[in-house]
Every structure is written in C-alpha cells, then in structure tokens.
Design a protein around this ligand. Structure first.
Ligand code: DSN
Length: 413
C-alpha cells in the first residue's frame, strides 16, 4: 500500500480517480502535458523539506550543500537549452514570473504593449482587473479580423504612437509562429525592452521546431510544464545586463523560499529536453497538430487563422451552432478534454465563448501519431454534430477509452 493509501483514504481515492481519468481520456488542453516519472519522483522527493532563500552560494539558511548543486545544474542546463546568458529557475509559475520581470525592469505606470487578451494574450499581459493592468499602462495590439494573424506594421505604428517601455510578445491562444525578429526591430526602433513569453512553445523552441528568441530578446519567460514537459513552474532568462535586477525581483522582491523539489524536477526535464529524442518529440507535436487541424477542416470546422504552425489549434464553432462551453462539457463527458476559448472579435462572453482551444503536446507524449489524430478529429466531429445524442456519446466514450489505454501515460501503471 502507498503511504497515502494507508494514511488518507479520501485523498488516495481521488488521486486514483484522477489517474483513471488521465489514462482513459484524450488530453487536448494545449498547455498540459505529462512529465516523466523521473521528474515526478524529484517533485515528490525529500527536497520539499528544504528552505533555501537566496541563490547558490549566497543563501540565508544552512544545509545547502546539495541544494546549491541542484539549482546550479538546473541553471546551467536551462542556459544551454536556450542559449541564454542568464537564467533564474526559481519562479513558482508563469504569472509570478511575468510580474517579477515587470517589477525588475519597469516603474509603476510605465507603458507596455501586449496582445489583446481575448485575442490570445495572457491575463498577466494587461488584464485591467489584474496586477499587470492596474500597475502598468498596457496598450493592446490586435490580430487581423480576416486572417487571425498579427500585422506587424500595425504593431510598429502603435509602438511609434505610444512609445512603450516594454513590448511583450508570446501568447496563450495564438496558433501561428511569432515574428520574433520583427518584434525585436520594433522594440529597438522605439527604445523598448523586448520581452518574450514563450510558455506555450518553449518545448518546440528547445526542440528546434520554432525560432528561438532568447539569443536576441532582452528577457524571456517560460513556464516549464507545457510543451517543455517539466514540472509545474517557470523560469526567466535574460541578458547579463538585466541579471541582477531580475534576480532581485524574484528574491526577495516577490518570492521567498524557492521550491527546490520543483527546481530538481526542472533540472531533470531540461536534461531530457537536451537529448536527441526531444527533437523527435517536438517535431511530432507539430506534425500531429497540423494533421489534426487538416482533419478538422475536412469536417467543416473553421480554424482561427486557417490552421496552425505550432502545437495549438483554435476553433471557431459559430458555424456549428454549438457554443464553446457546451462543446467543452460534452467532449469532457466522452473523455476528450479541451477548453472553451474566445476567438478574436468574439461576440460571446469569455465564460461562454464561441470557440474551443486544443493542442497535441500531451497526446504526442503518449506516442499518438497521425492515424490517432484522424480518430480524434472524428470523435470531436461526431460529438459536436450530434450534441444531444447521448447514446452516441456513450459509444464514443468507449472508443476513446479503448484507444487511450493503448498509449500509457508516464507514471500510470
Ligand atoms: N493557463 C495557461 C494556458 O492554459 O494557456 C496560460 O498560463
């Protein structure tokens, strides 16, 4: 019996039930993935017991001889993976990491540009009721209504008009590759700091599938648990000239003790991402996404921007007469997990939007390839085209379960 089973039956049952859900279902949330067993082992290890405020060699507590080495390995691997001058691996997650960057490099009230939130930007990129929107003057840029893509000339014009201190590029619901170099040029033209949030695509960048902004952006944030396939957390990479400010903003500016068990998990995940197999993984994530997008289009689904260059697909369900919320819930009921999402220029509300967002990082980790993408597209189509046919949904749930069980989830026996 596991220690949890012996000690806490309620929690044991819930974790077992979640294991079953993960094993028997298709995970299409594009920001989710499965870490390796080694990463999970590190995250569940005795490192959770240790306090280590400060940085390797400069801590405020004793007993750091192992933790210092672990954090240093994580930092060195992160730098190697992305070609970074400096890396801070302590951020607890993406949102605090973005706030730490703003805190380090901006003054309150400064002007910042970021993608409009209901068009693919993140809540930390200027949500009016959030910290970033209240503390800074965010000016949103947009995607084009007809193409769903960003027009970089319009970004340039907006930057010239508003003279931001920072331009944030990198998004949570944008299926296309990002023109990093153009963002850099625009930032240079107006004297802004170029910041990239590569949380979604970090694994594809590390795997060589998408262009890497780290060598020429001032500061780059990524979460570690999405396409990068590490533990839940984040890191900040920056030019050496910003290193001190970033480190000070992370600790003691916004965080206390770093989570060294998670940092050990990050180190292991970065080590995995440095291996040749990770390149194959990143390539297949994209191939699967492109194939799934094509299969959905064949079945009459309208995709924002017409397709994908990444791991992520944004579907506008308006022509199917099924709101995103209903689609999410009915697909959930057959074991296919994705999330409702606004589409650019949505006429519905964020809680009840017109679209769904899906992606291939998790199912690719399980080894699914093009033939499985066709089955996934087919199930999505059958559920959405027969939204009230519960008998059909029951049958699909069984088919989803049967296929899923052929592709084990790491760590689930
Ligand atoms: N919550 C993440 C996502 O799902 O894209 C962004 O932080």
């Amino acid at each position: 019996m596991s220690a949890i089973q012996q000690q806490d039956g309620d929690l044991f049952e819930l974790i077992e039930s979640e294991k079953k859900r993960q094993a028997e279902g298709i995970e299409l949330i594009p920001s989710e993935n499965y870490t390796s067993e080694a990463v999970m082992e590190a995250c569940g290890s005795i490192l959770t017991n240790k306090y280590s405020e400060g940085y390797p060699g400069k801590r405020y507590y004793g007993g750091q001889e192992n933790v210092d080495k672990i954090e240093t390995i994580a930092i060195e691997r992160a730098k190697k993976l992305f070609g970074a001058e400096h890396a801070n691996v302590q951020p607890y997650s993406g949102s605090p990491a973005n706030y730490e960057i703003y805190f380090a490099l901006l003054n309150f009230g400064d002007t910042v540009m970021g993608l409009k939130l209901d068009q693919g930007g993140h809540i930390t990129h200027g949500l009016p009721i959030g910290f970033s929107g209240k503390a800074y003057n965010f000016i949103p840029y947009e995607v084009e209504k007809d193409t769903g893509k960003i027009d970089m000339e319009k970004v340039r014009a907006l930057a010239i008009e508003h003279k931001p201190k920072m331009i944030v590029a990198g998004f949570t619901a944008y299926p296309r590759d990002i023109e990093w170099r153009k963002f850099r040029e625009i930032a240079d033209e107006v004297g802004a700091i170029a910041m990239a949030d590569i949380s979604h695509t970090a694994g594809l960048i590390a795997g060589g599938e998408l262009e890497n902004p780290v060598p020429y952006f001032d500061v780059v944030m990524t979460t570690t648990h999405k396409t990068l396939r590490g533990p839940r957390g984040a890191m900040i990479m920056c030019k050496e000239k910003y290193a001190k400010d970033i480190d000070r903003a992370v600790f003691p500016g916004m965080q206390g003790g770093p989570h060294e068990h998670i940092i050990a998990g990050k180190a292991i995940a970065f080590g995995e991402a440095l291996k040749p197999e990770f390149k194959e993984y990143a390539k297949q994530v994209r191939k699967n996404a492109v194939h799934l997008a094509e299969e959905l289009k064949k079945r009459g689904f309208e995709l924002v921007s017409g397709g994908t260059d990444t791991h992520l697909i944004l579907v506008d369900l308006t022509n199917k007469n099924v709101p995103g919320k209903v689609a999410q819930s009915m697909l959930d009921s057959v074991g296919i997990t994705l999330n409702k999402n606004t589409v650019p220029f949505d006429t519905r509300s964020p809680m009840d939007p017109s679209g769904i967002r899906l992606g291939t990082p998790a199912i690719t980790t399980r080894g699914m390839k093009e033939p499985e993408m066709e089955r996934v597209a087919d199930w999505i189509d059958r559920v959405i085209s027969n939204i009230d046919d519960l008998e059909m949904h029951k049958q699909i749930k069984e088919e989803v379960r049967e296929m899923s069980l052929k592709f084990p989830v790491p760590g689930i026996k």
